[in-house]
Design a protein around this ligand. Structure first.
Ligand code: SF4
Length: 308
């Protein structure tokens, strides 16, 4: 299974469970060169959509993978670059969906959402996870360092249009970088922009893995808390430490208090309970399913819990 070219993983993800990756383009092909990118600086900088690999070749490999294993929770088109640069993204998503009942997600930096064709293609996915790291061109140039012709205003307009036309699950992500977009004024600017968008969840991230540029730093816990509270988001880092903001001692009540404010999917609940050393998280989730105060939503086989 190690010699696959397009299929990788599954990789355990705090948000998505066991995520089986599908890469539709060569490594480090991107229209951004983010200062926080874990892959280093972008060496194949382009903003031209093209068919890097044939859909049939990717699908043949996915079929091969499915013969041996179905141990994944979600299929994620992500690649080590920007997947919307693949001109066959739409047909790829449709073809993947025809072969599995699991949800198919696309993770994107959102730059090409200014293109109506890209917006149409992404509508085929069950979940889309776009990024929004900047609130104007200046900040975009500092953090994302986009391809020369990309304009922040056009990107944002595209994102806005997409969030209003898309009917699947839309999870936004903002990467907060120390000293660039994490001050109070920046957070308030993000708050204004977010009012124009329609989304199901907002995740806040900070570069915890080795970034492309050495002087990129994570934000302080205080700044992250301020952003979480002001923007109503979920901190990805706090998910891993189990902090999800509950000081309630009783584990069951702690989960209930969180899902009263933010829905959590089964992986997030499990991660949270494990971080608190709960012996049998599965048993606690069974209890949650029976709890009349909790609404359990089954979306493509992934359970989401929220308080009624
Ligand atoms: S958009 Fe993603 S792949 Fe492209 S440079 Fe940024 S982090 Fe790296």
């Amino acid at each position: 299974m190690n010699d696959f070219k397009y299929v990788f993983g599954p990789i355990p993800s705090r948000r998505l469970g066991r995520s089986l990756g599908i890469s539709p383009l060569p490594k480090k092909t991107c229209n951004y060169s983010c200062i926080y990118c874990q892959l280093g600086r972008t060496d194949k900088m382009t903003n031209k959509r093209q068919e890097f690999y044939k859909t049939e070749d990717i699908i043949a490999e996915f079929k091969q993978y499915l013969k041996d294993s179905d141990k994944f929770d979600i299929v994620t088109v992500v690649g080590e670059g920007e997947p919307t640069l693949a001109a066959n993204l739409g047909e790829l998503v449709v073809a993947l969906k025809a072969l599995t009942d699991k949800p198919v997600a696309v993770i994107t930096n959102g730059a090409l959402l200014s293109d109506p064709q890209v917006r149409e293609e992404l509508c085929h996915a069950d979940m889309v996870l776009p990024s929004l790291d900047a609130y104007n061109q200046e900040i975009s140039k500092k953090i994302d360092r986009p391809y020369g012709t990309i304009k922040f205003e056009e990107e944002f307009e595209g994102l806005k249009k997409f969030t209003h036309m898309y009917e699947g699950e839309l999870w936004l992500e903002i990467m907060l970088v120390d000293g660039i977009n994490d001050d109070e004024q920046s957070i308030l600017k993000f708050r204004e922009l977010l009012k124009e968008l329609k989304y199901d969840r907002l995740y806040l991230n900070t570069p915890v893995r080795p970034p492309a540029e050495a002087d990129v730093n994570v934000v302080s816990e205080e700044r992250m808390r301020y952003a979480v509270e002001t923007l109503g988001g979920i901190s990805i880092e706090m998910m891993s430490s189990g902090a999800f903001f509950s000081e309630i001692e009783d584990d069951y009540e702690a989960v209930k208090s969180i899902i009263g404010r933010h829905p959590m999917n089964q992986f997030e609940v499990r991660g949270f309970l494990e971080s608190r050393d709960v012996k049998d998280p599965e048993a606690m989730m069974e209890q949650m399913k029976k709890d009349e105060a909790i609404h359990v939503i089954d979306y493509k086989g992934i359970l989401t819990f929220r308080l009624k």
